[in-house]
Design a protein around this ligand. Sequence first.
Ligand code: ATP
Ligand code: MG
Length: 564
Amino acid sequence: MAQTNSSPPSDFIREIIEEHLLTKRFKGRVATRFPPEPNGYLHIGHAKSVCLNFGIAAQYRGTCNLRMDDTDPTGESQEYVDSIIRDVKWLGFDWEDRLYFASDYYEQLYQYAVQLIKKGKAYVCSLSADEIRDYRGTLTEPGMESPYRNRSVEENLDLFERMRAGEFEDGAHVLRAKIDMASPNVTMRDPIIYRIKKEAHYRTGDQWYIYPMYDFAHCLSDSIERITHSICTLEFENNRPLYDWFLDELKVENHPQQIEFARLNLSYTVLSKRRLIELVEKGYVTGWDDPRMPTLAGMRRRGYTPEAIRNFCERIGVAKNESLIEMALLEHCVREDLNKKAPRVMAVLHPLRVVIDNYPGGQAEELDCPYHPQNPGMGSRKVPFSQTLYIEQEDFMENPPKKFYRLAIGKEVRLRYGYFIKCVSVIKDSNTGEVVEAHCIYDPETRSGFAPDGRKVDATIHWVSADHSLPSEVRLYDRLFNVPNPLEGGSDFTKYLNSNSLEILKSCHVEPSLKDTAPGSRFQFERLGYFCTDPVDSSNKALVFNRTITLRDTWAKISEKEKR
Ligand code: ATP
Ligand code: MG
């Protein structure tokens, strides 16, 4: 079981559970579940729920089940089941042998529905969907009873059985709970329990022509699994009386307590499967695992660590009021974790050739470079140095302003873990006038990074040896949206997509130690940010790196500027 911290912070849900433990409400048992519907990939909002449910189970020595809440054939698939399993495991949680499927309960749920009919608590209604909506009333007006509400038990049983047998088309009938059309809680106005859907299900095939509604299936699945605390998001608060009604009417043995918490909303992205599906299907991103997606698959491919995500979920905590959490907080957690873990290496993204005029051509030497300045335990590697190097274009200026401290004609800088070099002349493209090569001389006495005469340089820049470095593609990812809340205002959220969320650089060079880097390996490219080897497209023949995150929060600066 994943453990992020020695003492998890308390919150209102844990307080409720501790109260139940004291009063022996569930005989001291704690059993939770994480119940995704396999109709999309998990996103960071789901991670909050995963961490909460599995975290509580671990803390109170209980259990947490993974249950596929697969009661609607539309949009569900095995691909999604597989992705959910992969992502919850990756986050670091273990459901042992408790992987369940609501679709395995279909027969049991059907029998529960029959029981309700027999009790006179459910009836087959033959109003159309539009009529049912019209009859439901509004928040301020009571609903009207369906003309089919008083069908006899026998007629209801007969019709329901024939619904199951596939005798009727979609929408011809539904099974409804008989509760109260005048209830101030609209959810309680004879809610639908079963509908006809002549659609194959990815697990049960064409065995069923009717499928249970969420409110009916969910509470009973919880009860069947002997869940004690059914933790869900706030939008189900109005459904809690219905959750309890089904369990009370059916006199089940296990009656879990539903507890609602505020879902995670995160700035500069969207956390709704419907919207994420739209991004995938309309090709705004390359897939569910596009590194710009707020999905766990996307974040993994981007280079985020499970530890950073768990730490983020712990920091945001759980509360009962909706809020928008800053993306910057998630990014901070990622930086914090990678700062500790990521080995430092050198890569040049926008190369400028540098020729060391006083270094012998054809010669090379190896400089010892530590992987982590604060952590000698991470060891070091040899980085070849030779006459021709690449440095970052922006580390050189032909006509530098006063405060430019990096390389310029007549200026001396330190090469990271290597010599001092001083620029003496440049070669320009005869057509464009652009500097294509900087000629420098090096000081052989400065290999240690310091000059024996004590002279200082203003800057240390990163570099790679031109002949030894490996050509690479680097993908610079940025936030997917350019406004904090793309859903605000209700207009089409895709118009806020950040057109600069991906920049592909094809002529980058990385140091040779990255030759056989394993897919998903994470690094800090010195002075540039955190990067990972793309797990899908990178190979030792064609290296591809994804930028996980910049070293500092550049967005904070942008929004500061906007405020001014
Ligand atoms: P969406 O509303 O995006 O379609 P969903 O809630 O229908 O998502 P489910 O597969 O039903 O998706 O979610 C599984 C569990 O994850 C549920 O218990 C749900 O409450 C929880 N969950 C979903 N989104 C969030 C979120 N943004 N923050 C916290 N928990 C969430
Ligand atoms: Mg749901």
